[in-house]
Design a protein around this ligand. Structure first.
Ligand code: HSE
Length: 426
């Protein structure tokens, strides 16, 4: 029987989950795939952690060189996260002729051009299913199953932490700060939640997913990014009354005018399939010209779901001749011919306080009209303090037109002010 030796770099949540799956399913893989996958090495600073998982002391390496020189090891799994030392270790593994399976979205997003070059030069595989949306098999779907399509858009809820926070804010009406604290206590959000709540994690994933979808490099630096730290529970409540659910969306579109990539909070209709993706669940909604709509849903994080993606890559690598690399010219920067659309179109929700005085509404609507914005709906909430809370939903309009209109409204004398602007995805 073919034997495959695996090394795991990092025994945190995902590394531990991967080890558990590989050891508990070893006989199952022997029987069903005809391969014996054995963990032949681990690299983990916390030796106690390795021993507590049942790993033999002889398999615990003291440095990456020991892993690279171990001829029993064929595939190196990198689940350390971050750039260094992960990048150095992955390059060392590839240069020693070992294929790499990684869950590291930041590393793959920022350096896949470099890693892939080294992998190709050494005839090794570089697999990254676990880098995006945990256990949801979206990378393989894009690399293989959906290749017959021109993909025109993908819309995803691809960060579980923010989806959990927004779901709880919507269910309980609590503020962002209150829910974040609760999420940190429960272990859903990290002690330093910046990467998740500011949208970096989602932007790294969107860069990978849109590069694969649109067959051209989409660097994360081209992605418009806005996190959820400024989300006000009042807007979630007002949106709910209008039939909307607030989500942190990752949106990629590819059309005749170019590519549009953005991560920001957005309202979606409660009837949209993504609206029911709650708590820490993730989903990606893809539109292809042949397949039409596809939605992939599941757990975007966690020991076993992410471990599932990693083990899937190990088995793929062990059972396929040759290697699959990215389906686009993988350069550091975008192809100069690729146009990125920054002044994108959307519908908008605006919440304002306007002066409770005759003629003010007409001033506001004339500002909208001056910037070519067509108003779809105006809702007035109860008045207070001489200022009237107003919610305006626009028809599809340009981002820059809305920005100009907001500036003009805020410059009006009398205290009228735009409190929130949220894009609405129809
Ligand atoms: N921190 C990520 C999330 C999981 O909250 O979705 C790993 O990408």
């Amino acid at each position: 029987m073919k034997k495959i030796g695996v090394a795991i770099l990092g025994l945190g949540v995902v590394g531990g989950g991967t080890y558990k799956i590989l050891t508990e399913h070893r006989d199952f893989y022997k029987k069903n795939h005809g391969i014996d996958i054995a963990v032949e090495g681990v690299l983990e600073r916390n030796k106690e952690r390795a021993l507590s998982l049942g790993i033999e002391e002889s398999k615990i390496a003291s440095n990456i060189a020991e892993i690279c020189s171990n001829s029993e090891i064929d595939i190196v799994v990198e689940v350390i996260g971050g750039i260094e030392p992960a990048k150095t270790f992955v390059l060392a593994a590839l240069n020693s002729g070992k294929s790499v399976v990684t869950s590291n979205k930041e590393l793959y997003c920022k350096y896949s051009h470099e890693l892939e070059k080294v992998a190709k030069r050494n005839g090794c595989g570089l697999y990254f299913e676990a880098s995006c949306v945990g256990g949801v098999p979206v990378i393989r779907a894009l690399l293989d199953n959906l290749q017959g399509n021109k993909i025109t858009s993908l819309t995803g809820i691809i960060n579980g932490t923010t989806n959990y926070i927004l779901t709880k804010m919507s269910d309980g009406g609590d503020s962002y700060e209150e829910v974040l604290k609760e999420a940190q206590k429960l272990g859903y959000a990290e002690a330093d939640p910046t990467s998740d709540v500011e949208g970096f994690d989602a932007a790294y994933k969107l860069s990978i997913l849109s590069s694969l979808s649109f067959h051209t490099k989409v660097p994360y630096t081209e992605i418009y990014r806005e996190g959820i730290t400024g989300v006000d529970a009042t807007d979630i409540r007002c949106g709910k009354m209008l039939g909307y659910v607030l989500k942190l969306l990752a949106i990629g579109k590819c059309g005749e005018n170019g590519i549009e990539v953005r991560v920001h909070p957005a309202f979606i209709k409660a009837s949209h399939p993504l609206a029911s993706v709650s708590d820490s669940y993730n989903a990606v909604f893809i539109k292809g010209d042949s397949v039409d709509d596809v939605m992939l849903y599941g757990r975007g994080a966690g020991a076993l779901p992410t471990g599932s993606a990693i083990v899937g890559d190990i088995i793929y690598c062990a059972t396929h001749q040759g290697n699959n690399y990215s389906t686009f010219k993988n350069t550091e920067k975008a192809d100069p011919a690729t146009k990125f659309i920054r002044n994108f179109e959307s519908e908008y929700y605006l919440r304002l306080f306007v002066e409770d005085r005759a003629g003010v509404l007409s001033k506001i609507t004339s500002i909208f009209s001056k910037h070519g914005i067509s108003v779809a709906q105006v809702n007035q909430e109860e008045a207070g303090n001489g200022l009237v809370p107003l919610i305006i939903i626009t028809h599809t309009t340009l981002e820059n037109s809305v920005k100009k209109a907001v500036n003009d409204i805020n410059a009006l004398s009398g205290g009228s002010k735009v409190l929130s602007v949220i894009r609405v995805v129809s």
